[in-house]
Design a binder for this molecule. Structure first.
Ligand code: BES
Ligand code: ZN
Ligand code: ZN
Length: 476
């Protein structure tokens, strides 16, 4: 629990220090020479009676940016928890001085995500909860700070919702259970969650999606979340997230070494659920529909096989060349559904779509591809605010040619190269010329070795905060 609280004395206080002159002039007792307050360097000063302090370095004042607060906070709270403390004061003055009140977004995210531990299935595991008091906010700013804290907490909790869904093992989170979990988390004023079963999906004509779903005995669920927060606007943004709760590759079976990550193939869907939840909680002025086609990609007597030609909701025929390129099949239908059924005026789809994006950009930067300059500019502002990293890749006509099929309207893979681009080109073909942006989070949704302090092994909750700020423009 995070509170703004000046008086409450906690077990220990986190104090942030900039390196350079300011640090050298301060009178800290008992510090070793090696501590110079460089970014994320920390030092415990616990030997002074009741006044226990953990120093956390911020690096040079001039180089410090608001987003860096996230890591600084995560570092501090994690370290104190490891020391066995459960109550901390945090002196925010140095951060407020450089970044203003808006740093509360990052402070709250850093604390919440830093203290996050994935759900454990061990028989005996104690949950540790921590109390955090934020200090250093001026009385005149209290009202604004309280509101910012509340909004930031809803957003951070929504990142955690996404992480929890992605971390859940595939046998505990079938499409049906994913729909139940999202319906449960979506019980918020102004947000509606509708879940369609296989028969209803059939009535929509979503044949490409159903083809993948038929590979498993666990039936699919199409999860639709609607939040209409701006009655004056005709704009409806669709957030479409891949919800493959288990991707074995199907008949183009994955190798055993790449199997372990297959439960996380619904990270795009989880991100959409998290974003819709935060938008509704914070009553953001925007109209948004979240669409999550959820199913499994397995092997069964009914499975599709390479060489099959299938149809789709749009009417376009698709040659299946590789059954492991399943995500784009469900996304194609979900994008058609967004435009035709939900009357979306622009579309953002998000998916753990290609191994190629990991090869190109690694584990900290996701791929973004779009057909619209204005959407790109807005998206850029959004990820500058969230602190996530995206890199734009192009789609040229020669890339579109790569997915032309001899026997159908399109085929589901291109040649051996630029797999992230051809995957995006495939989905673009179903966007009906609407402003559209595609996020490939295959590299950023999951970390085996955490890179940032606010990450833990497993799901990262990628894309929630950026999609949130794409729609909540008041904080930019
Ligand atoms: N879900 C995978 C992509 C993926 C790969 C996610 C690695 C996370 C980590 C997707 O369905 C897939 O298997 N894509 C194939 C496409 C290929 C067959 C054209 C890939 O990228 O290897
Ligand atoms: Zn696959
Ligand atoms: Zn997949």
């Amino acid at each position: 629990m995070i509170r703004i609280d000046h008086d409450k004395k906690k077990q220990v206080t986190i104090k942030f220090v900039y390196s350079g002159k300011e640090f050298e002039n301060a009178d800290w007792h008992g510090l070793p020479n090696a501590f110079d307050a460089s970014f994320l360097q920390s030092f415990p000063l616990f030997g002074h009676g009741d006044d226990k302090v953990l120093l956390v370095g911020l690096g040079k004042y001039q180089l410090f940016e608001r987003n860096m607060s996230k890591e600084a906070l995560a570092k501090g709270v994690k370290e104190l928890r490891d020391f066995g403390f459960t109550e901390f004061n945090v002196d925010l003055l140095p951060l407020l001085k450089k970044c203003g009140l808006n740093c509360l977004w990052d402070v709250v995210e850093g604390i919440t995500l830093g203290l996050y531990t994935p759900k454990s299935y061990k028989n005996e595991e104690k949950e540790i909860t921590c109390e955090v008091s934020l200090q250093g906010i001026e009385p005149k700013d209290l009202l604004q700070a309280e509101q910012c804290l509340q909004h930031a907490q809803s957003l951070a909790d929504s990142v955690i919702l996404a992480r929890d869904l992605v971390n859940a093992p595939a046998n505990k989170l079938t499409p049906e259970k994913m729909a139940d979990a999202i319906a449960d988390a979506g019980k918020i004023d102004g947000l509606s969650v509708q879940v369609f079963n296989e028969d209803e999906i059939t009535q929509f004509g979503m044949q490409a999606y159903l083809t993948v779903a038929a590979s498993s005995a666990n039936p699919p669920r199409l999860i639709v979340m609607r939040y209409m927060g701006d009655s004056q606007s005709e704009e409806i943004t669709a957030l479409v997230g891949k919800g493959v709760t288990c991707d074995t590759g199907g008949y183009c079976l994955k190798g055993s070494s790449t199997m372990l990550g297959i439960k996380g193939d619904m990270a795009g869907g989880a991100a959409v659920a998290g974003t819709l939840r935060a938008l509704a909680k914070n009553k953001v002025k925007a109209n948004v529909v979240g669409i999550i086609p959820s199913c499994e990609n397995r092997i069964s007597p009914d499975s599709f096989i390479p060489g099959d030609v299938i149809s789709s909701m749009s009417g376009k025929t698709i040659e299946v060349v590789n059954t492991d390129a399943e995500g784009r099949l469900l996304l194609a239908d979900a994008v058609t559904y967004a435009v035709k059924q939900e009357k979306a005026t622009r579309v953002c789809d998000v998916a753990t779509l290609t191994g190629a994006v990991v090869g190109a950009l690694g584990f900290t930067t996701a791929g973004a591809l779009t057909n619209d300059e204005q959407v790109w500019q807005q998206f850029k502002q959004a990820f500058q605010t969230s602190g996530e990293k995206y890199w734009r890749l192009p789609i040229f006509d020669e890339h579109r040619k790569m997915i032309e099929s001899r026997i159908a309207d399109v085929k589901n893979i291109g040649e051996s190269y630029c797999g992230t681009i051809t995957a995006a080109a495939f989905i673009e073909a179903f966007a009906e010329q609407r402003p559209w942006i595609h996020l490939d989070i295959a590299g950023t949704a999951w970390v085996d070795k955490p890179v940032f302090q606010y990450q833990s092994v497993g799901a990262t909750g990628a894309a929630v905060t950026t999609m949130y700020f794409l729609l909540d423009r008041t904080e930019l």
